[in-house]
Structure formats: structure tokens, C-alpha cells
Design a protein around this ligand. Sequence first.
Ligand code: IPE
Ligand code: IPE
Ligand code: MG
Length: 247
Amino acid sequence: MGTGKTTDPKRPPRNAEHVAIIMDGNGRWATSRGWPRLVGHRRGAERVREIVRACPDLGIRWLTVYAFSTENWKRSTEEVLGLMAIFARYIEREADRLSIEGVRLRFIGDRTRLDPKLQKMMAGIEARTMGGTRLNLTVAINYGGRDEIARAVRSIARDVAEGRLAPEAVTEAVFAARLDTADLPDPDLVIRTSGETRTSNFLPWQAAYAEYEFSPTLWPDFGAQELAAIVGQFGNRERRFGGVAGA
Ligand code: IPE
Ligand code: IPE
Ligand code: MG
């Protein structure tokens, strides 16, 4: 079990050390060119590669990307299966590069609903990249914030019912340690591409005090330069965490 560490309001990090990205707009990027949506998803996966490579030089130690939500099962079978194939190929192709580059890869989300073969690949690359210390990359697959919270509550309720945990002992830290993100710090900055200004069930607990940035760029066009510009501006924001300016 992890530490369930949450951001200490008294000592906010100056840089955006943990950036979380809602990678949106792949479908529109493809259809506006008259191409199938899956072409956009493929191009989107290539973008992840570029963004991952850019992070360490920007001072980003943690990168969490939203790849597939618990709501995305509503899409056509063709699109869902195509996305699953893209995830499998990403794991296959990136394993060597990630471990060489010191990137530790983790997954969050309910993986029990995924193809057992994919689950095995996910566990394999997590184990293989466990020693990486340059960047912590977390990919959210079949992730939904409400689903994650419901699973955490079930696990706590089980312990309370069986007498292992007193209700009074359920603090914010105890709860956070039951989330999929138990080993991750809270995100400092959440970026959503494609012009939509909603969070779509992404990290509702963890991003309670995150800064948000909404970019009109469609994800397949989002590059390292734009990330650098957004992260640069982050340094100018004053994060008060409920306190008073300058105090
Ligand atoms: C984001 O792009 C990728 C996933 C949600 C899997 P979309 O597929 O949502 O692209 P748009 O929003 O339809 O353009
Ligand atoms: C959010 O994008 C999920 C991912 C980027 C994986 P969606 O395209 O699914 O979100 P909505 O439907 O616009 O809210
Ligand atoms: Mg979308």
C-alpha cells in the first residue's frame, strides 16, 4: 500500500512537478481531415511519446495522462477495440525505450475489465520499469474518478465491517491511500486539450487544488513547445490553498 500523500498546503512546489493531461480531440483531428477516428488515436499515441521525452527538462517529475475513461465504453466496438490495440502496441514498442530513459510506467483505473492479455502486458511493463527515476508516467485506462472513489469506499467499508478499521480512523490520508493514485503526489497542473472546459471524471479527489489550463489545440497537434509555454506560465500563478496572498 502507498503513502496516500497529499499536497502539503504550507509548502507548495514552485514548478509544476506533477502535470496531468486530459488528451482530448483525437476524433475531431481525424474527422476534420476525412479520416477514421482511429487514425487520430494513433497520432495521439505518438504525441505521448514526444511529451514524455520533453518532461524531465521542464522539471516535470510526474506525468499522468488520461487515455480511456470508464465512460468511453459507450463508443463503437470498432473504436474501443482499436484503442485497446493501440495501448497494447504502445506497451510493446515503448518498453525498451522507457526503461532506457529511466521512465517508470504505472497504470490507474479498474483494469479487471480489460482483456487479460492486456492486463498481463500492463503488469509486465510496470515491473520492468519499476527502477525508473527520471520520470513517473502514469496512464489512466478504464479510469473514472467516481468509480475509483466507489472502489476505495468499498475497501474501507469491508475493513470497518470486519473490525479492522475504526470509522474515526478514516482520515483524508487513509482514504487517499486506498485510491489508485496512492503512490502519486497530487497533480499541480491539469491540462485539457481540444477546447472543452470540463474535467470528465478525471482525478476529482486528487485535483481538488490543482490549477487548470484549457488549450484549444487538438491532442494530435499538441507538442512539447506548447507544454513548455503552459508550464512556464504556471510559475506565475499564485496558489493560495485557501490562505491569504503573500502570507
Ligand atoms: C480523446 O480523443 C481520446 C479518448 C477519449 C479515448 P476523443 O476520441 O475524445 O476525440 P474527440 O473529442 O471526439 O475529438
Ligand atoms: C475524456 O475525453 C477522456 C479521455 C481523454 C480519455 P472524452 O472525449 O471521453 O470526454 P467528454 O465525452 O468530451 O466529456
Ligand atoms: Mg473527446
